[in-house]
Design a protein around this ligand. Structure first.
Ligand SMILES: NC(=O)c1ccc[n+]([C@@H]2O[C@H](COP(=O)([O-])OP(=O)(O)OC[C@H]3O[C@@H](n4cnc5c(N)ncnc54)[C@H](OP(=O)(O)O)[C@@H]3O)[C@@H](O)[C@H]2O)c1
Length: 281
């Protein structure tokens, strides 16, 4: 698979596997299936409570730890220097590894009303930078950060975030955050690249996918690929895992790209760092 090159010259694959609720309760099997389907990048988080399943999967697979890229995240209740150090050690233990390829701050605020979030972020980032300089993390970044959250870090940081993982899919492009990251050489990863399945029933997407002889999920993933965004996709079936990687043999035409970019909002999860969650039917 092709790679992205980050600002520190580390390379990571163009598509990653998401493990939140992967395998409908059998995450270990899902990760082994994903490895066998060709994924090498695995996205987890302390919050997902599946880091130990991923460790088991790696142990029981036929690949070496160093041939995989493991990304985890510090949970929003663990923001702060000491808390982050502690959370990192816990994640390493759960994952049965002595380093992380990628470590992200999961959310910029413990809750939308936290008035101390700016200082907590600065302290959390100090821990991230220290672990990076010690070689215990190869890539440091954030998740669910909008430009003002990033600016707060970038005003005081020594090392800029290399990755920002945000909800991003057809129907929820987050153009302002995306443009800010592109301008600042921060790789954008898309969580819920299929809108957790919510965008797959759109009639116009079905018609367009048919035109290219591909499926709607493949259209959604190819769309992100052409925008230089790294999708983190979850699936529990080997067949769909493989389908989601099979996007390199076609190209979405310019007019169709603009059509997809200009669709009105669909499939938003309702999760936002500065607002209480909005629930949709
Ligand atoms: N940073 C954050 O705050 C954050 C938040 C949410 C998620 N994430 C990460 O992003 C990953 C992906 O997000 P997500 O799981 O919410 O959503 P997603 O990958 O957009 O969608 C997953 C859903 O789509 C279905 N699906 C996958 N491939 C399919 C295909 N080819 N055809 C039809 N259906 C298909 C899956 O069903 P099956 O499983 O049955 O195949 C599952 O129900 C997570 O696992 C997690 O690692 C991060």
């Amino acid at each position: 698979m092709e790679n992205f090159k980050l600002t520190n010259a580390i390379t990571i694959p163009k598509i990653g596997f998401g493990t939140y609720k992967a395998g409908n309760g059998n995450c270990e099997k899902a990760v082994i299936d994903a490895i066998n389907s060709g994924y090498t990048y695995f996205d987890t988080a302390a919050f997902y409570k599946n880091e130990s399943d991923i460790a088991k999967a790696i142990k029981n697979s036929n690949v070496k730890r160093e041939d995989l890229i493991i990304a985890s995240k510090v949970w929003r209740e663990d923001l702060g220097y000491d808390e982050t150090m502690k959370a990192f050690e816990k994640s390493l233990k759960e994952l049965n590894t002595d380093y992380l390829d990628v470590y992200l701050i999961h959310w910029p605020k413990e809750n939308p009303n936290d008035i101390n979030w700016k200082q907590k972020n600065i302290e959390t980032w100090k821990a991230m930078e220290e672990l990076y300089k010690l070689g215990r993390i190869k890539v440091i970044g954030v998740s669910n950060y909008l430009p003002h959250h990033l600016i707060n870090l970038m005003d005081t940081c020594e090392i800029k975030p290399m990755v920002n993982q945000i909800e991003l899919h057809i129907g929820y492009l987050q153009k302002t955050a995306l443009d800010f990251c592109v301008k600042n050489d921060i790789l954008v990863q898309a969580w819920s690249p299929l809108g957790r399945g919510r965008v797959l029933n759109e009639e116009s997407l079905k018609e367009m996918a048919e035109k290219y002889g591909k499926t709607v999920p493949q259209l959604c993933i190819r769309f992100l690929y052409q925008l230089g965004i790294m999708p983190i996709i979850k699936s529990s079936s080997i067949c769909r895992m493989k389908e989601n990687l099979d996007i390199f043999d076609f190209s979405i035409e310019r007019d169709d790209m603009y059509y997809l970019m200009c669709l009105p909002q669909i499939g938003w999860s309702g999760e936002h760092p500065d607002r209480q969650r909005v629930y949709f039917d």
